[in-house]
Write a protein of this length. Structure first.
Length: 361
């Protein structure tokens, strides 16, 4: 495996996190996800951040850059029409810092937008790839004929991909679920796999749930080998992976994959990519991590918007602790950014007991 950066801070006020105390051998699981080739370029390791609404903004990606261990990060899902109105140098949704490394821009579209102008503007961001969201099951997204609704409408999806490929020849990926019908999903899925191949898509990220399941049912990892065996395109797996043990105990499901995308566990443990990449562990100061993101977020967003982002992050981060509900409750009660910081620091600096077995990364 190529040399991996331990994390490069974006801000001299927050130096890179200490990586000198090496106390554990590599845990890299047998060479899985060492690298992936997309459109002639290598991404190493083949570990990706999932797009998460309210989380994977520029400030959060900046925090992940301080820890390192990933191959590429992903933006929040961007609206094709709204993106055209954004100031990409200032928007927390679309701006990127050099320290973030490779960033994939995820887009949702229905085909009604000016896709040609959108992709021209996106190309100026120097994306590692542009990803088309075909999996979001949220009703408000489907009402706008995008996400899972676009995946469902084969003819419209075909036209959208044709328009994209007529104006954009860069790296294109898609992210999808299995479809709608648990009993009869395979044939429609195969039809879409063939469409993706014909449309020069470079990789497919699969979240193996059905569109109506949301997150209620465990991801169907057992479907990964079936999908990977039926396309020449690299398959990146996503959904419910929380630790190396998940991979080690389910190698049959994960071995056929070309890459792995991590989501909610990264919001809980922003250092988690280090574990999957085989980096040495770190002693984590949870208060410092929370406070670092707090300051990063306030640099990107006005206080009235930053507080919402910190509340959303804290809901995940609180799961690190036995009594994390106290941290979440205190943050939800906060009315200002000063109140949420006071509540968070009061809890985090009280030496709270960590939940479960917590390797330090």
């Amino acid at each position: 495996m190529g040399k991996l950066s331990p994390g490069v801070s974006c801000d001299p006020n927050f130096p890179p996190l200490d990586t000198d105390s090496l106390v554990c051998p590599k845990l890299y699981p047998g060479g899985m996800f060492e690298s992936i080739r997309l459109n002639g370029k290598t991404i190493a390791p083949a570990l990706f951040l999932a797009p998460m609404a309210g989380i994977t903004n520029s400030a959060f990606r900046r925090l992940l850059a301080d820890f390192g261990g990933y191959g590429a990060l992903t933006t929040e899902m961007l609206s094709a029409s709204a993106f055209l109105r954004e100031n990409t140098a200032q928007s927390a949704f679309s701006k990127r810092r050099d320290c973030e490394g490779l960033v994939i821009y995820q887009l949702r579209a229905s085909g009604e937008e000016d896709l040609e102008a959108t992709f021209a503007k996106l190309e100026k961001q120097n994306p590692a790839a542009i990803d088309l969201n075909l999996g979001c099951p949220a009703p408000e997204i489907q009402k706008q004929a995008s996400g899972a609704a676009l995946f469902r409408d084969f003819e419209r999806l075909k036209q959208v991909l044709k328009r994209i490929r007529a104006c954009y020849r860069g790296t294109l990926t898609v992210k999808c679920r299995l479809g709608d019908d648990p009993e009869r999903w395979r044939e429609p899925f195969l039809e879409r796999l063939r469409l993706f191949e014909d449309s020069d898509v470079h990789a497919i990220t699969v979240h193996p749930r059905f569109s109506r399941e949301k997150l209620k049912r465990s991801a169907r990892w057992k479907e990964f080998p079936w999908i990977a065996a039926r396309t020449r395109l690299p398959i990146i797996g996503n959904g419910d992976v929380r630790s190396l043990r998940d991979l080690q105990d389910n190698r049959t499901y994960f071995n056929p994959l070309a890459g792995l995308m991590l989501g909610r566990i990264v919001a809980q443990k922003p250092w988690i990519f280090r574990e999957f990449a085989g980096h040495p562990p770190l002693a984590i100061n949870h208060a410092e991590v929370w406070d670092r993101l707090y300051h990063y977020t306030l640099e990107d967003l006005p206080p009235e918007r930053a507080i919402g982002r910190m509340k959303e992050f804290t809901a995940y981060f609180s799961k690190n602790f036995f009594f994390g509900h106290e941290l979440q409750k205190g943050s939800q009660k906060a009315r200002t950014v000063f109140e949420i910081r006071e509540a968070a620091m009061r809890f985090l600096e009280s030496n709270p007991k960590l939940a479960g077995v917590q390797p330090v990364y």
